[in-house]
Structure formats: C-alpha cells, structure tokens
Design a binder for this molecule. Sequence first.
Ligand SMILES: *[C@@H]1O[C@H](CO)[C@@H](O)[C@H](O)[C@H]1NC(C)=O
Length: 548
Amino acid sequence: MKQFKELTAAVLTLLATVAYAQEGEAPAGPSDVNVLGKGNFTSFVTEHPLVLAEFYAPWCGHCKALAPEYEDAATKLKEKEIPLAKIDCTVEAELCEKHGVQGYPTLKIFRGPDSSSPYAGQRKSDAIISYMKKQALPAVSILDGDTIAEFKTADKIVVVAYLSADDSENSATFTAVADKLRDNYLFGTTTDSALAEADGVKAPAIVLYKTFDEGKTVFDGAFTTEGITNFANVASTPLIGEVGPETYTGYMAAGIPLAYIFVDGEEIKEKLTTAIKPLAQEYKGKINFATIDAVAYGAHAANLNLETKWPAFAIQDTTKNLKYPFDQEKEITEASLAEFVKDFVEGKVDPSIKSEPVPETQEGPVHVVVANNYEELVMDNDKDVLLEFYAPWCGHCKNLAPKYEELAALYFNNPEYKDKVIVAKVDATANDMPIEVQGFPTIKMYPAGAKDSPVDYSGSRTVEDLATFIKTNGKYKVDAYVAPPPEPETEEEEEEAEESKAEKSAEETPVGSAAPAATETPKETVKKATEGAQAVVGDDDYLPHEEL
Ligand SMILES: *[C@@H]1O[C@H](CO)[C@@H](O)[C@H](O)[C@H]1NC(C)=O
C-alpha cells in the first residue's frame, strides 16, 4: 500500500507548510488557473479528462502559500493540456460541500465529474507538475511478449488482464478499476492469447502477481468493477501480514475482523506465524491475520484491552470496533487459538468493553459519558446530544474545554432547553466507543430520533458556531446562543477584527480535509500517548499511522 506512505509524506509537507504560510497574495494579472463555480464545474471536468482542482478560502494561510506554486504549475502544465482549477469555497459553499471539502486547501484530481481522488503530492510547483504528468500516463500499461515478464515483477503487486482484442466491454471495466486503484497497484493488459496460455488462463482473465504468499492469484469472480476491486483488495492482502503504519488503514477498511499477533522479536514471530498459518488459511477472506511489532507498537495493545505482555493475541471487529482479547493467562498455541477463533466466529466470545466508572451524578453542565452509560446518555433517549471525544493529553481539547462548558451551560441552565439538548464529552482513551475517532477532539451530534446517523462537526470551535450547529442539526432546532452586545468600534478597527477572526479560524480549520493542524492526531502526540494511553488511529487516509 504505497499510497499510504505517500500520504504520510503529504501530511508532513502540510505540517511543514505551516512554517512559511505567509501573507503573500496571488500575483495580479492573467492567470492560467481556471476559476470554477457551480455553473461550470461539471462541464469543465467533463471536457477535460484530467483536472487538478483546489478548493480554497481566500483567508486561508496555507492557500496563500500555495498560490504562487499553483500558478507556476498551471502555466507549465498548460502545454501538457492538464488544467489546474480553483474553487473559492466562501463563494461556492454548495459545490465544496458536495465534494466533501472539510478544510483548506483541499486538492483533488478529477477524471470526469464522478471520479476524484485526493492529490497526495507535495505543494510545490515541481512536485505538482511531476505528479500530474504521472497521473496523465495511462492507468493500464499495454503489454506484449517482450515486456510482460519484467512488468510482472515491477512492483509488489501487479494486476494483469488477459483480454481478446475485440473485448472492449471488459477492457473498459478493467480500465475503470485501474483508474481508481492506480495509486495502489500496477495495472497491465495484453491481447496476446499465447501469453494467457503460458500462464494457464484464457481470456477474459485477470491474474494478480505478488511477491509474497502463493505468488499469484487468478480472478474467478464476475467481471465487474466491484468484483475486480474486491478481488484486488483481498488477493493483495498477505495471508499473515504485518500491522504497521502502511497497512493499518487498509486493514481497518477491509470490512472484516483483524486478528493481531503481538510479537516482540523475530524468533517468536516466526514461530507464531508458522503456527497460525493453517488458521489464517481456513479463515481467509473472513478474518485477516497479522503480526504486530510489540516493541514499536506495544501501546496499541491497550486499544485492544490487552496488557503489555507478549506474545498476545486479540481480534478486533473493525466495523463495530469491538475488541476480543485472548486471555493473557493462557498459553498461545495453535490449538488454543483455533478454539478461540472458532468461538469468535460462532459468536460465543463476548467483546471486552473498557469503561471508566459511571458517574453517580452528572454535575453538569457538560455531561460525562463513559462506555457503560453511552447507550443511556447518548443513544437511548429523545434528546439532541452533542458529544466530544477527547484525550486527556490533547492540547486542542484543553483549549476547547472552557468554551465547551460555556456552550453546555446555555442548555443546562435553561429549564426549557435542559430536556432537549445534552452537551457531553467522553475520554475516548479510557472508554471503548462503537466508533473509532480519527483525531482529538472529534465532535458529533446525535440528533433525537436519528441517533444512528450522527453528524460530524467540522466548523470552527467557537461557542457561537457550535450552538448554530446544534440548532441546525438537532431535532428541536434549539436556538440558545445570544450574541454578546457589540462594542463600539471605529470602522477600521472592525475590519481588522474581522481579519484576525478569519486568520484564527484558518488555523482551526482542518487542513487538507485531514485536519493535521486542527485535530491532534496520534502522531503529534505519540510520545504523550505511549504510557498506556490509547493512541487512536482512524481510517482517514490522510492521517499518519506511525504510532498505531
Ligand atoms: C466559471 O464560472 C465563473 C463564475 O461562476 C467564472 O468566473 C469563470 O471564469 C468560469 N470559468 C471558466 C473556465 O469558464
């Protein structure tokens, strides 16, 4: 999954960019960057097969830093017929929302209106140019007898389609998959039936070549984009892989449970890998098995409610975020694990739930949620509940705390609102929650009557904006915020105040939709987190997962 490596690099760049995000204005005069809006966005990305689009806000410092680089890249890529575009999200709110923009700038590569992927390169002119030129190469390489052998081993995972020359339908399907997954795997195709025969297949066929396990897997599903995508994802996952920064996101997104084998050395790793192989084979496609280096990522054991004692074994239900630690008093053997895994599959193992004690009384105004009162306080009632997931070591959370108290008081101290809105917080490092958050603080609204579809908060962390969010997304539309009386100011001062407010929210706004600046990710705080604290890792592609 080289994609994640690149993304991690991208995040580092984002963080680095903060240092020189200056006031610089975009150069005046004619620009090669195409300004797009609601009225012409779709037609533009339809007319141009490959477009890099920047979603930005004029006040955002990172956007200003990017502007000259982006302009330069646009000029140089113009002759390659790769247009660069920008969308001002303060004007085109609807368009930006439609494309899931959560922070500025967000850079996306469009291949037609329905296919976009995040730009994962650096924010420098040279990097943008080289990245986009590569993107412009065909996603599928055309292979023949001279090139196929080298191609098969050109990367860790290579996917080759053997098709007959007139099979345009399957060719189009394969190309569509390759377009989507081009950052993950190499794709090639050939119409030479002798090459198919040499590999023991007959067109139409797809073979995935890999440098591990059985070396290659032949596709045997229906020739649809979904079928091929699933095949590529399953066949590229090693029988017993390794959990690490590059693979974690993939495992979490796999949609099946992950069985962790914590090992603290090569010898025990070898021994357990050998012992568990038959199990992994038996449950292939149902449970992923992977070792994890306990020396580097031992803190992750706490996330699975395991003691830091090795070796250790646990299964995580990645869709419901439930943990099933294997009894650490028992010896880990092939037989003991076989029994445990069988019981797990048959639903005979109860998940382990970590919880702080349930508070006897809610002192208010911010309600304290723990794992064991989550159902009652958040889910099982007819109130609009705003819930903050925090970590004790998170600085952004500490900054938010007084404002959050102030917000909560607006409802808690009002007899009319008290029964309609709850403002609550949970220490997500000490309590197992049904969802795994991607960074701290994470704020979600669980509206009355629609608790199963919580709404993520992505605005600035002010009392006013949070109150507006509660009003907009809550069932009761409670409007509790009262603006403080305006202070008399001269016009000039007012303008300045506006500007500094904008700058401030720029800092607070998640950058690159991943929020490395606004939300504390485990990476930034890994040192603080290692003492048994839960290092939360999410499934957001942008987050660095070095800490696990
Ligand atoms: C797209 O529309 C906007 C107005 O919404 C206009 O300013 C811009 O020039 C148009 N861009 C192109 C490439 O036609």
